[in-house]
Design a protein around this ligand. Sequence first.
Ligand SMILES: NC(=O)c1ccc[n+]([C@@H]2O[C@H](COP(=O)([O-])OP(=O)(O)OC[C@H]3O[C@@H](n4cnc5c(N)ncnc54)[C@H](OP(=O)(O)O)[C@@H]3O)[C@@H](O)[C@H]2O)c1
Length: 289
Amino acid sequence: MIVKKKTVVITGASSGIGKATALHLDQLGFEVLAGVRRETDIRALADSASPRLRPLFLDVTEADSIAAAVEEVAGRTNGELFGLINNAGLSMNGPLELVKVSEIEKVFDVNVIGLLGITKAFIPLLRKGKGRLINISSGHGLLAIPDKSVYAASKFAVQAISDALRTELAPFGVSVSNLVVGKVDTAVLGKILAERDAMVEASDPDIVELYRPLFEFFDGEVKNMPGIPPTGVGETVAKALTSKKPKAEYLIGPGAKKMKNLARLPRGLRDRMMYQALYKGRKTEGSNT
Ligand SMILES: NC(=O)c1ccc[n+]([C@@H]2O[C@H](COP(=O)([O-])OP(=O)(O)OC[C@H]3O[C@@H](n4cnc5c(N)ncnc54)[C@H](OP(=O)(O)O)[C@@H]3O)[C@@H](O)[C@H]2O)c1
């Protein structure tokens, strides 16, 4: 598949899924405007891309940065945009009792308010280009589990935004696809474990001990559960950008399909299954087991 030049903006292209997707779309012939926040990331991208790919300085939490990016894109494209891929995102694990409110705010600033701000700012260009909006969500946008209340809340919000905008923007020929992504092998997995260590370090050891089963279970998942390569997400983004009828939802990787199926189960059954998986054979505060 080779695409005649169409301009797409992707946020968070410095690493992981965003970088792999930017490079894949570049190879397919899209004019990629790749959102980055550091000079070093520009050089790394330029080394692996065609001269068509352009860096776009973009911090999704800064109104001035968003406004400057929109102005730059509008200037390059005659005010039209074919695709906006909202990929920038932060992860967060941890029992709510131990996470800092300032960290919760950061996750929501990037994953939710940043995504809304950038989308709102680019809607006029997408409308003019009859373009496509692609939101990178997660299996945790369908299924909220312990240790991920904050991250899941932010990705449920992404799901809600995709659902609402799909119909809101349909009259203008703008499609909206929500990509439900399972585990992907990116640097974020190392960040999750490092942040876990810092959280444990900063917390009361007696409280940490209460949540030990959660830590062991989810740290084991991060370390041992196989993920897919980030290029797998890039290939699905390309499908959503090139298919005649882009789907409302794409499930990417075995984890996403599993979470979609679990989310369909009755809530009581789901809770019991999760509880058994986490605490079976352990005696925990407040439990009868
Ligand atoms: N990896 C997974 O298993 C997985 C699974 C499901 C969904 N996802 C989602 O996929 C997306 C990408 O994750 P990833 O795994 O590729 O993680 P990653 O390698 O940590 O990449 C995150 C990207 O977001 C950017 N970013 C963070 N804050 C930003 C801000 N304020 N403004 C602009 N960009 C910002 C980062 O840029 P800097 O380098 O400048 O900080 C980086 O480019 C996220 O939305 C994540 O929730 C990941």
